[in-house]
Ligand binder design. Structure first.
Ligand SMILES: *Cc1c(COP(=O)(O)O)cnc(C)c1O
Length: 454
């Protein structure tokens, strides 16, 4: 009988992360200092991130050792299982084998602890005592809260106010792991006070929360730093453990996938499963790599590739990426983790170079796919993950039409047990389809007018 779950033993866990910068056929456009227009140097980032993570951000080394203390924590749930979705295959009735890497088995319920653990470790090693961050729906805040507690760091999370009030469970998780969770905008920072002065009832936004977290980290001086849960090179690096494990697992059963799929918000879980396969592709292997995003926030499928800011308050360097403009406020879809105006520079570069593909789905079709998954495979996926499952359904349909067999691998980025209100909205017919209007693309182009060109 063919294997349903491929599980690695503790001692088989990969000991290094993979840095794709060493293998890129064409180098990436560097981040630029908005004041000088010159590439940013490590010193520009030093007030915000610890130097050991800045070194990883700019590293050209192909393999980077995973510290023993990080591996010890990874082993609490890693290596994560690689599973065959036979019941879902049967439902789709197409000539496909579907495998998924289950990142929903982590303590916080998603892939995010893979980088939260690493970031907490490196900050601790650098002598930092407190981390500040922002969170939308709370997935990143809860992952970092857990990681900070494990390494004895204080953790302060600025959570978008509307989520703080409407989605209390992830705040409770943060509190359980000992973090302080503050609704944003708050009166703790200048940025927050400014917004409150103008809009006392502001529901908040990710852009405001980022500005508050960065300001709070910098105000804390040498003992405190900021932490980001996606987008940046070092975050994607930490997530490559997912794809590296998958490759080892597939080797055990003598299979190589034809298509690799992930959902993409800032791009970290997609890159995590995809980058080791993109490496093979660069070296001549036949494999397709597909990122799935929401039609309401179609960064890769409709945005321009341009230099833009990573946040609303323009506190970050210019990043070369697909973007809908730093002032874009995405529709309030339930996949909160995919509501980001930009895309990781590494993922953007690969798309521009034709090494990966992008596709977009409406939230209704993603929940359709997710509910079909839950009713066959059991696990209830996170709303973000449903985008990857919708892409799997589309691949299966194509395989059936073409009468061609294929093996699909996708990243099950997280479970949806804290997102049941979203399923309730879908099941009671209250979900609304969102397509980005064309005027929004014109607005995005206006937002980046006059910026340097990559
Ligand atoms: C945060 C999150 C995402 C989106 O973030 P990426 O950085 O694009 O991976 C996707 N799925 C889940 C379950 C998440 O929590």
């Amino acid at each position: 009988m063919e294997q349903t779950k491929v599980v690695l033993a503790d001692h088989e866990i990969p000991r290094q992360w993979y840095n794709i910068q060493a293998d890129l056929p064409k180098p990436m456009s560097p981040p630029l200092h908005p004041g000088t227009g010159k590439p940013v140097g490590p010193d520009d980032l030093a007030p915000i991130f610890p130097m050991n993570l800045i070194e990883q951000e700019v590293s050209q080394e192909r393999w980077i050792d995973i510290p023993g203390e990080v591996l010890d924590k990874y082993l609490l749930w890693r290596p994560s299982p690689l599973c065959r979705a036979r019941n879902f295959e049967k439902l789709l009735d197409a000539p496909v084998k579907i495998y998924y890497k289950n990142e929903g088995t982590s303590p916080a319920g998603s892939h995010k602890p893979n980088t939260a653990i690493a970031q907490a470790y490196y900050n601790k090693a650098f002598g930092v005592k407190r981390l500040s961050t922002e969170t939308g729906a709370g997935q990143w805040g809860s992952a970092l809260a857990m990681a900070c507690k494990m390494f004895g760091l204080e953790c302060r999370v600025f959570m978008v106010r509307v989520s703080y009030e409407q989605k209390p469970y992830r705040r409770m998780m943060m509190n359980t792991w000992g973090a302080e969770c503050i609704p944003s905008p708050s009166d703790r920072t200048e940025s927050g006070r400014q917004v409150l002065a103008e809009h006392p009832d502001s529901p908040g936004s990710l852009g405001i929360a980022i500005s508050e977290a960065v300001e709070d980290a910098v105000a804390g001086g040498k003992d405190s730093r900021y932490s980001l849960g996606s987008v940046l090179n070092h975050v994607l690096l930490h997530q490559t453990i997912i794809g590296l494990e998958a490759q080892k697992q597939f080797e055990k059963i003598g299979i190589y996938p034809d298509v690799v799929i992930g959902c993409a918000g800032g791009g970290s879980n997609f890159a995590g499963i995809a980058l080791p396969y993109v490496r093979d592709k660069i070296h001549g292997k036949q494999v397709r790599v597909v990122g799935a995003e929401p039609t309401s926030c179609p960064t890769m499928t409709r945005g321009p590739f341009a230099y833009d800011f990573g946040d609303l308050a323009k506190k970050t360097p210019f990043l070369a990426m697909y973007t809908l403009g730093h002032n874009y406020v995405p529709a309030p879809i339930h996949a909160g983790g995919l509501r980001y105006h930009g895309m990781a520079p590494i993922v953007s570069h690969l798309l521009r170079e034709g090494l990966i593909e992008a596709t977009a789905y409406d939230q209704i079709e993603t929940f359709e796919a997710g509910v079909q998954w839950a009713r066959t495979e059991g696990f209830i996926p996170a709303p973000e993950t449903n985008h990857a499952i919708a892409a799997v359904v589309a691949e299966a349909r194509r395989a059936k039409e073409e009468g061609k067999e294929r093996t699909i691998l996708f990243n099950f980025s997280g479970h949806g047990m804290v997102d049941m209100a979203a399923y309730d909205a879908y099941l009671s017919g209250k979900l609304i389809p969102y397509q980005l209007p064309d005027e929004e693309i014109a607005r995005a182009l206006k937002a980046i007018e006059g910026f340097p060109k990559p």
